[in-house]
Design a protein around this ligand. Structure first.
Ligand SMILES: [Zn+2]
Length: 139
């Protein structure tokens, strides 16, 4: 009897946990403002990459693989930067991630063998950005 009672208590507890409403995974700030993502990209490209990065990079907030905060990849026509909204709950973190991914884009277009690695070449890009003040007011 005691075992049955314990089982019922555990079951009720488990149900009450799973029934709790989950907080919204997706922050609501500027979620539909694709224009802002592109504006940041163009401004960063001009200010920190001498407009050498392609202007047709597709930037989205659609990444839902929670192993990553953001990803850069290419298909046959475009480079893509996908941002995970779950980990980017402020515009500041989005801009930091965008700069991070833009260093990957630079390595893609230069056919750098470290391509999507965070090795010395990518680190050099991030240090250069930091030295130029790209992260001021973001960190
Ligand atoms: Zn990276």
């Amino acid at each position: 009897m005691r075992k049955l009672l314990l089982s019922i208590i555990v079951l009720v507890f488990a149900v009450s946990i799973s029934a709790k409403p989950r907080p919204k995974d997706t922050p609501k700030f500027e979620q539909d403002d694709q224009h802002t993502l592109n504006q940041w990209y163009f401004a960063f490209n001009h200010q920190y990459f001498q407009d050498e990065l392609p202007n047709d990079v597709i930037i989205t907030r659609t990444l839902n693989d929670d192993r990553f905060m953001a990803l850069t990849f290419e298909n046959s026509e475009h480079y893509h930067i996908a941002i995970n909204p779950k980990y980017n709950i402020s515009t500041k973190s989005e801009r930091i991630d965008l700069l991070h991914e833009m260093c990957h884009v630079q390595m893609f277009i230069e056919n750098d063998y470290q391509l999507d690695d965070h090795g010395s070449h990518w680190q050099a890009c991030m240090h250069r950005l930091a030295n130029q003040g790209a992260f001021e007011n973001l960190w």
